[in-house]
Design a protein around this ligand. Structure first.
Ligand code: PLP
Length: 399
């Protein structure tokens, strides 16, 4: 039997979610913009989904924008806010020269490529300065550095809620307060958090927030951007003006319904699931550190995602380790499942000050269901088996 320990890829979409979606793929397959009866049914389902999602994310229905996933939501928030700034500065100054002080995007040094590359795009095409705010050895953003930079002026700051590679939960609320004191809006990438730990958009006081469906049991290719009306944003996709003009295109009604049901399921499981996953996680961490004395836990030991255990095994090549584990029926990830081109060291670990070689020995074990003691034993047994196998390879390479 295979043990899937890569939460993003595991579990699949539940029957409840699929059943809720089916009517909107079959008999109620109308365009929600149409005025006929079926169109109205679709429109009602879309707005019910919006309401339910808003409630589960501490947002308002008119603040929810449906997108094609976390990547699109991050792109829309970052580029959209920056382009609104460009438009405003053109209107006020006639050119870009007046706003150089604020043509800056601050991003934590451990952001997902969907954020980091969007900021880089703004640099390449619009000359924005991208400032990376350092993190400590546990991947927590340096709030003093953020404060210092934010006071030099910025268009936007981006802080993720929880890190995909090492599971650290970031001090987002504090970061938002610091940025707002300097009048700088904040985008929060909550892809790893939404559906896993409580996310409250208004309580965080963020200006925009990203969530992604496949992290909480919705089909892949479905995302959410929460956006406060106070923040200006240009659309990246032009067309018929759906989603408040910010994301044109015929809405994916079945997808929105699936998103809403999956999020509702995930949120109602949370009160019992979080403590169970946390103890599962801590037992696994202890077992791994005990069985493999040279292994090191990465990320914050306490403030971390409930079903997330990540390690480095200095001296080992993680790629080889996960391939060998796979042959033993244990599917894990060597860092972030979202980054392709595994020969690169996970960027979060480098930002945490780790050497490239150590970073390349990183393994991430993530799960949405608690692990049984049998699961834990299988993981340890598999790990010890794989490590024994790889030590031979490593001494051979070093010889
Ligand atoms: N942001 C974070 C923190 C992620 O972990 C991911 C992917 O897992 C994304 C953004 C991109 O989301 P999506 O895969 O839905 O495009």
């Amino acid at each position: 039997m295979t043990l899937y320990l890569d939460a993003a890829a595991s579990d699949g979409v539940s029957d409840t979610v699929i059943e809720a979606m089916i009517p909107f793929l079959t008999q109620a397959y109308a365009n929600p913009s149409s005025v006929h009866t079926d169109g109205k049914t679709a429109a009602r389902a879309l707005s019910a989904a919006r309401e339910s999602i808003a409630q589960n994310l501490g947002s308002r229905p008119n603040e929810i924008i449906f997108t094609s996933g976390g990547t699109e939501s991050d792109n829309l928030a970052i580029k959209g806010i920056a382009l609104a700034h460009v438009r405003n500065s053109h209107a006020h100054h006639g050119d870009a020269s007046g706003d150089s002080r604020s043509r800056r995007i601050l991003i934590s040094a451990v952001e997902h490529p969907a954020v980091a590359e969007s900021a880089q795009w703004l640099h390449d095409f619009f000359g924005f300065e991208v400032v990376r705010i350092p993190v400590d050895a546990q991947a927590r953003i340096d709030l003093e550095a953020l404060q210092e930079e934010v006071h030099k002026g910025a268009t936007l700051a981006c802080v993720m809620m929880a890190n995909n590679e090492v599971g650290t939960i970031e001090p987002v609320k504090e970061a938002v307060r610091i940025c707002h004191e300097a009048g700088v809006p904040v985008h929060v990438d909550a892809v790893q958090a939404a559906g896993t730990i409580p996310v409250d958009f208004h309580d965080l006081d963020a200006d925009t927030l990203t969530a992604s469906g496949h992290k909480f049991g919705a089909p892949k290719g479905l995302g959410i951007l929460c956006k406060r009306s106070r923040v200006g944003m240009e659309p990246l996709i032009s067309g018929g003006g759906q989603e408040g003009g910010l994301r044109s295109g015929t809405p994916n009604v079945a997808g929105a319904v699936g998103l809403a049901v999956a999020l509702q399921e995930a949120c109602s499981r949370m009160p019992t699931m979080i403590p169970t996953l946390e103890s599962s996680r801590d037992e696994l961490i202890n077992a791994v550190l005990h069985a493999v004395p040279f292994a090191r836990l990465t990320g914050d030991p306490n403030s971390r995602l409930p079903g997330h255990a990540s390690f480095v095994f200095p001296g080992i090549n993680a790629e080889a380790l996960l391939v060998d584990l796979d042959t033993r029926g244990i599917e894990v990830s060597s860092g972030s499942a979202c980054a392709i081109g595994r020969s690169k060291a996970p960027s979060t670990l480098l930002a945490m000050g780790m050497s490239e070689t150590d970073a390349k020995s990183a393994l991430r074990i993530s799960f949405r269901e608690p692990l049984s003691s049998n699961d834990r034993e299988s993981i340890i047994k598999g790990l010890l088996g794989s490590l024994a196998e790889l030590h031979i390879t490593i001494s051979h390479v070093h010889a």
